[in-house]
Design a protein around this ligand. Structure first.
Ligand code: C2G
Length: 446
């Protein structure tokens, strides 16, 4: 019996895939099809798949062409599979010609003709495109523009900044239309990315939602829980997506770290410590008390993400110790007391801390080195060091592409969509920031 193996993502399963599988099957008597996992695709830079792994497996299965379906989850697996399944022929489309010649050492390698005129990329592009209007033209907006290039089904169609000169300069460089008002912007997009100073978020988000636009808003969404609740209620009423642009929440490594810890990898969690500091120039608007600057307002959403996810949002008490300068906290240490877990965090714009995340459990601890909020690597450590494990993941570019992809997927899903950053966590983050601004349980260092 001649065994043939082939691999693919098989997203939006189409005639090109069917032809390929037929040609591969014709090479032998038994066809094994490897379907890539969602994580493996992310790792190899494929961020745009529309179907999840189960849907893609089901598509291959229902073609009736595969005698066996396996999943492909790591680089180098093809060699293992060839040995494990006693494969005689490895077959793949001609777009890969030469790439898999290294497998010739283990079996015959055949590059099959690719079907012209159809591809998953083309099908993805034919789906609706989300037109994003941007509010704000600062450094994060610039990065957003670059990162959006990596996400399909979206385009930046217009930009607004009340400072017309700044807006013109940004748009000229980017080759995008500058708008003179939010009304003009809303007319040129179906969704809005808000990257303006945070005290303006509420008004812009409310106006955008009222105009029927989906909203992706930079951190912090707002600084009052009542405002956050109002915005989410408005989004729900109008069936619109409202997401906070929290890059850590959507990156692959952070998601896997949380899943591992929630499944008991270090036992019961007893303590979480996370720090995020970004030394900032004294003259930067982020250091201006009139503009709601300061470390808590600027950075707290980052350490609070793992804390609220792992310890829960129903904390009993929350305390703060701050070092103030010109009316803003240049450094704040926070302590959260939950029923089962203690948590502490540090944020700083005027003081530098070790920006790591440490989660302590009854069986071991997780260590994510600085900058943990751009998670790409972490370790689980145990009393018996032989049990220690290290994990590596991609964190592509600035990492914003993951949140952009999530935003686009949520919009295109047109209905049920599981958000990786639940509303209750955003509300709890806002509640904690609001308590700090109100001076509740805040002690000041001299
Ligand atoms: N294909 C084809 N004709 C098309 C489109 C795709 O013959 N018009 C083939 C590809 O060449 C590949 C298979 O269909 O052999 C699956 O394609 P994709 O889903 O794009 O998967 P790919 O990224 O090529 O993954 O480990 C995974 C493999 O390396 C291939």
């Amino acid at each position: 019996m001649t065994k043939v193996i082939t691999y693919g993502t098989f997203d939006l399963f189409h005639q090109g895939h069917i032809n390929l599988l037929k040609r591969a099957k014709a090479l032998g008597d038994y066809l094994i099809v490897g379907v890539t996992t969602d994580n493996f695709d992310l790792e190899r830079g494929k961020l745009n798949t529309c179907n999840n792994v189960m849907e893609r497996i089901e598509a291959v299965r229902s073609s009736g062409l595969a005698d066996q379906i396996i999943i492909e989850e790591y680089r180098g697996q093809k060699i293992d599979d060839i040995h494990r399944y006693g494969v005689d022929i490895f077959a793949i489309g001609s777009d890969w010609t030469g790439y898999f010649d290294y497998l010739k050492e283990f079996c015959k390698v055949v590059y099959l003709p690719r079907t012209e005129g159809i591809s998953s990329t083309q099908l993805r592009d034919e789906r609706n495109t989300v037109e994003i209007g941007m509010i704000g033209t600062g450094s994060i907006a610039r990065r957003f523009l670059d990162e959006a290039e990596f996400v399909s089904n979206c385009s930046i169609t217009a930009v607004y900044n009340p400072d017309a000169a700044q807006c013109e300069a940004f748009c000229k460089k980017a080759g995008i239309e500058a708008c003179k008002s939010t009304g003009e912007l809303f007319a040129k997009c179906n969704s809005v990315y808000i990257a303006s100073p945070h005290f303006t978020h509420y008004d812009y988000a409310k106006a955008a939602l009222a105009a029927g636009k989906h909203v992706l808003c930079e951190t912090p969404l707002v600084l009052k829980e009542s405002e956050a609740k109002e915005l989410f209620a408005l989004a729900k009423e109008k069936s619109l997506v409202l997401m906070m642009a929290h890059k850590t929440a959507y990156c692959p490594a952070f998601g896997h770290l949380i899943a591992l810890l929630q499944s008991g990898a270090i036992g019961d969690i007893v303590d979480i410590n996370a720090a995020t500091s970004t030394l900032t120039d004294e003259n930067d608007p982020k250091m201006d008390s009139r503009l709601f600057g300061g470390s808590m307002n600027e950075n707290a959403c980052f350490p609070l993400l793992p804390i609220l996810r792992l310890a829960g949002t129903d904390y009993r008490d929350c305390f703060f110790i701050s070092k103030m300068k010109d009316g803003v906290d240049i450094y704040t240490k926070g302590l959260l007391v939950c029923d089962h877990t203690a948590a502490s965090f540090e944020v700083g714009l005027g003081a530098k801390t070790e920006g790591s995340l440490v989660v302590s459990g009854t069986k071991g601890y997780a260590y994510v080195p600085a900058p943990w909020w751009k998670t790409s690597y972490f370790e689980l450590r145990y009393e018996d060091q032989n049990q220690n494990k290290t994990y590596f993941y991609p964190f592509a570019g600035e990492g914003l592409r993951y949140e952009i992809k999530e935003f686009i997927s949520a919009i295109l899903a047109k209905g049920y969509f599981y958000s990786k950053l639940p509303v209750k966590e955003i509300l709890a983050m806002t509640r904690i920031q609001e308590a700090f601004i109100a001076g509740r349980n805040v002690r000041h260092l001299k």
